[in-house]
Design a protein around this ligand. Structure first.
Ligand code: 5GP
Ligand code: MN
Length: 333
């Protein structure tokens, strides 16, 4: 059934002709997939669509349909007007886009991140969705637009990547129902997985090797700490773009419950990515440092001496693990 929020968005789309679709900087599979699925759906209705992002898609995603048409810009060139709207996917706040000028538009905010600030003229936010693309699927159905192979491919790509290849606790029966329908629409899941996961360059593999060799484990044996700076990347012959997905590897070790990845931005400023298993709420940890994300995948940006930062994050993650352990005990009572 169409929710009132979705219905208002459908009405707003039907009443307008021009759309700018944006998503967060350093886009991932869900941002690219959600944007392009929506773009194909709107174009099927005869609408004019421009996609603008602050950064390029990760290299393995460049081969997906329509990705080459995404504009990379710091500022949106399109002029706002009564016939135009900006659709923002996957962003808890508008600044996450890294694209300026979007605020001048009639903003439609579609997201699944807890803590979304409701910055749009219309806001549709559902933290229970495993990927923003689950919402885009509902939008496609409500417009309505037939689920073409291109639309379905992008929805499937988004779900595959945003669930960590069906690992995260956000997955629901709805997730699989949508994936089932995507396959019926002609998506080849083997090809999508090969394109996403098996199209790396050698520099990436070497970089993974260097980063994993230097990996540390906390005293409890449950938290992996990985680190990368510009010098390590240069020596390995890889780039920062090549680290996409690296953070998930330590989690494949049975005992590891959480991973924190420090990536040097410049000087002593670091991009921090975190992952966790099950009910361990790593999103709450990211939030304490001004970042955000989900229970099992989150991030933030921090500044300080790396040793002190590592110590602080390990403490916070250990606490998050203890909290979850407490919950398990309570449930067994
Ligand atoms: P990643 O570790 O892949 O960069 O991000 C994991 C998840 O956390 C994504 O859903 C992403 O949107 C969110 N995230 C990462 N960094 C930040 C941040 O600095 N602020 C906010 N609000 N969310 C973030
Ligand atoms: Mn997402």
């Amino acid at each position: 059934m169409t929710s009132p929020e979705l219905q208002r968005i459908v009405d707003a789309i039907r009443a307008r002709q021009r759309f700018v679709i944006s998503s967060h900087s350093r886009p991932d599979g869900d941002s690219i997939g959600s944007q392009l699925a929506a773009a194909y759906a709107l174009r099927a209705l005869g609408k004019q669509v421009t996609i603008v992002n602050a950064d390029l898609a990760p290299p393995p995603l460049l081969q997906f349909p329509g990705v080459a048409d995404i504009q990379i810009a710091e500022r949106v060139e399109e002029e706002p007007g009564p016939d135009a709207a900006a659709i923002i996917m996957e962003c808890g706040d508008l600044a996450r886009t890294g694209v300026m000028g979007l605020e001048r538009f009639f903003v439609i905010n579609i997201d699944h991140h807890p803590g979304n600030t409701g910055y749009g003229a219309l806001n549709w936010f559902d933290a229970s969705a495993a990927a923003c693309a689950e919402l885009v699927y509902d939008l496609v159905k409500a417009l309505p637009v037939p689920l073409s192979r291109e639309i379905a491919t992008h929805i499937y790509l988004a779900i595959l990547t945003d669930t960590g290849s069906f690992h995260y606790s956000s997955i629901s029966t709805r997730t699989f129902a949508i994936c089932g329908e995507a396959l019926e629409a002609g998506v080849d899941p083997v090809l999508v997985a090969r394109n996403v996961y098996d199209s790396n360059n050698m520099g990436r593999l070497k970089l993974f090797g260097a980063v994993l060799s230097a990996m540390q484990i906390d005293q409890s044996g449950r938290i992996a700490i990985v680190y990368l700076d510009h010098e390590m990347a240069r020596q390995a012959g890889g780039t920062y773009d090549d680290t996409e997905g690296l953070i998930n590897l330590p989690l494949t070790v049975k005992e590891i419950q959480g991973v924190v990845f420090f990536k040097q931005a410049e000087g002593d400023q670091y991009r921090v990515s975190m992952r966790s298993k099950g009910d361990i709420d790593i999103g709450a940890v990211a939030k304490e440092f001004g970042g955000g994300g989900h229970k099992n995948a989150a991030g933030c940006t921090v500044t300080g001496p790396i040793d002190a930062l590592q110590k602080t994050f390990i403490e916070k993650i250990e606490r998050a693990i203890e909290l979850q352990n407490g919950k398990i005990v309570e449930m067994q009572k």
